[in-house]
Ligand binder design. Sequence first.
Ligand SMILES: Nc1ncnc2c1ncn2[C@@H]1O[C@H](COP(=O)(O)OP(=O)(O)OP(=O)(O)O)[C@@H](O)[C@H]1O
Length: 315
Amino acid sequence: MTELAIETRGLTKQFDRHLAVSDLDLQVRVGEVYGLIGPNGAGKTTLLRMLATAEEATTGEIYIHGERLKRDHTNSSLKQRLGYLPDDFPLYNDLTVWDYLDYFARLYYLREPKRSRRLYDVLELVQLTNKRKSQISTLSRGMKQRLSLARTIIHEPLVLLLDEPVSGLDPIARMQFRDIIKSLHEAGMTIIISSHVLSDLEDFCTSIGIMELGYLVESASLQELYQRLSHQYILIGVWGKLEGLIEQLKNYPQVEGWEIIPQTQKVRVQFSGSQRDCAKLLRKLMTENIAITEFAPTQESLESIFLKLEHKQAS
Ligand SMILES: Nc1ncnc2c1ncn2[C@@H]1O[C@H](COP(=O)(O)OP(=O)(O)OP(=O)(O)O)[C@@H](O)[C@H]1O
């Protein structure tokens, strides 16, 4: 079994009488991008704050790479492995991008020449190299968020905790931010990223957890969710009449149904087979002389899978 980067056991946070996080057992494997979804007030921020040691747990335990994480000063090297981007971290508007990052690098005792090299590397990763001399106040919101991410990873953490990092960003800024997360994932980092919108996370998470009212109500790898709940669809286009295609579909065991798309020569087929079965269907249609112009298998979107889980608030 792959090593766990993050594990919590019975993690609970109570504010007065209110349970913000309730008896939570979370497991995130090394190298995962774990999307934490949940409506406002579900407990995502509180959970991330506890993982980042910014908040004390009422009860329960946290393990990072198998080592118990404590809030006291006994495990500073373990804390160094964490990078935390809160949802409201202030930037110092009067500083330049370079000076800002340099300041944080010094806090982590990075010395020259390593410090400058690290700054250049991080700036390149977040695509802000040409803005290094700009004052922070002149940056766009997307650039500021990428700069915050740069600050979060300056000390090369192994585990990254990101609280709603793309909320409030426009679609292009979101895409740029997502591309950086993908690079960090490829570099082997373990990442938890929260959002109340599933579509923000869908294209790069490897696992998803759903929180509701302090509870982790679902936690699974995307692969498992797809296997459990997804249907595959194949869009098939033909040259000429559709009758020949429909005849073939009627006799094909894994075809569960189809729908003709009006005013086109296309059919949307619901298919229960694997990728290999898909290839077999295509070969069969070709040998039956069906003039295929398009054959596009598509997996059901994560959004519609989540609706089936009936966590409607989260999806
Ligand atoms: N310091 C605090 N004192 C009292 N209650 C708190 C405190 N922090 C959070 N809460 C409560 O705990 C619950 C969970 O809040 P939390 O911010 O963790 O949720 P969230 O899922 O991150 O929501 P959002 O998407 O709005 O950030 C909420 O009901 C909130 O009001």
